[in-house]
Design a binder for this molecule. Structure first.
Ligand SMILES: Nc1ncnc2c1ncn2[C@@H]1O[C@H](COP(=O)(O)OP(=O)(O)OP(=O)(O)O)[C@@H](O)[C@H]1O
Ligand code: SF4
Length: 305
């Protein structure tokens, strides 16, 4: 099995679309890699594969080697800088055009998911993050069955469930947590995304959708609450244009002063700055969400052991 040399497999789930599951997967991957772990990201959201866009590697091609597909490199390891390598495999690389969509029926999707689990040559990796489609579809059941059948004991560390402050009040997230219970996939924890908004004018974080629902729900289900992540327009800018985030002086996020990106020594070359995948992790260091994900990944790493 191509997953044999992966230490920990983590699924990223969300009750419904658009809550930021792929953004969370991206940031977990960057954060784990910035703390020295080698990370693979497998995008099995077959109807809307977004990881190539998130990592700014949309034009990359997957190479077919004798034993299977070689995942695309987002960046190599840099041991001097304490950065682990990051690789990605997605159906998006196999589609011909950026706007192409997959309109397969269930059985074909099941076959593709199985192939992704068996035919990608990951090699040795500390973490494999699997970005799943929203909801609890047949694809999730196929994925859970295939993983639990083929994975080594203890290799499937569990699921990170992503929600938003509004979604915690709905049945979707609860369905997701019930799905984990039924399929015997442990819940690593819940992340509440879009918990507040970082104003680009004054950099103050305002909890426009309320706060604390994720914590309450995690308590109800007796699972870990990993933290709240505000909406930061600078993160969207980083993904969409590849430009390094830069904040006004005195940025306050989650009640704390955010260290000024300008002080980290970068020179913001604005529009001249081009999309460069090798610099994504470096630019992410200047994002207000980076310290939040650093703390979340530390909690995940210590929970998984
Ligand atoms: N914390 C955040 N701050 C700023 N923008 C965010 C945040 N979380 C998500 N977004 C943005 O919201 C949009 C939807 O996010 P994303 O694609 O991650 O959602 P998803 O749940 O994976 O959606 P899908 O239904 O396609 O699987 C993206 O443009 C993303 O950049
Ligand atoms: S948070 Fe402050 S600067 Fe931002 S829009 Fe509101 S009032 Fe204006």
């Amino acid at each position: 099995m191509s997953l044999a040399k992966i230490k920990h497999i983590v699924l990223v789930l969300s009750g419904k679309g658009g809550v930021g599951k792929s953004s969370v997967t991206t940031q977990l991957a960057l954060s784990l890699s910035l703390s020295g772990h080698s990370v693979g990201v497998l995008d099995v959201d077959l109807t809307g594969p977004s990881m190539p866009r998130m990592f700014n590697i949309e034009d990359a091609k997957v190479t077919q080697a004798p034993g299977g597909w070689l995942p695309v490199s987002v960046h190599p390891a840099n041991p001097q800088a304490g950065i682990g390598e990051l690789r990605c495999m997605s159906l998006g690389f196999l589609l011909r055009g950026r706007g192409d969509a997959v309109v397969w029926r269930g059985p074909k999707k099941t076959v593709m998911i199985r192939q992704f689990l068996t035919d990608v040559l990951w090699g040795e990796m500390d973490y494999l993050l699997i970005d799943t489609p929203p909801g609890t579809s047949d694809e999730h059941i196929s994925l859970a069955e295939a993983l639990l059948k083929d994975a080594l004991p203890g290799q499937v560390a569990g699921a990170v469930v992503v929600t938003t402050p509004q979604a915690v009040a709905t049945a979707d997230v609860r369905k997701e947590l019930n799905f984990c219970a039924k399929t015997s996939i442990p819940v690593v924890g819940v992340i509440e995304n879009m918990a507040g908004f970082v104003c680009p004018n004054c950099a103050e974080c305002t909890n426009i959708f309320g706060k604390g629902g994720g914590q309450v729900m995690a308590d109800d289900f007796n699972v870990r609450f990993l933290g709240g992540v505000p909406i930061d327009p600078q993160f969207v800018m980083l993904v969409e244009t590849g430009r390094r985030p830069s904040y006004p002086e005195g940025t306050i996020i989650n009640g704390q002063d955010f260290p000024k990106a300008q002080e980290t020594g970068h020179v913001d070359s604005g529009a001249q700055e081009t999309k460069d995948a090798s610099l994504l992790a470096d630019k992410y260091r200047s994002c207000s969400l980076e310290p939040i994900f650093k703390k979340i990944t530390q909690d995940i790493v210590s929970a998984i052991g």
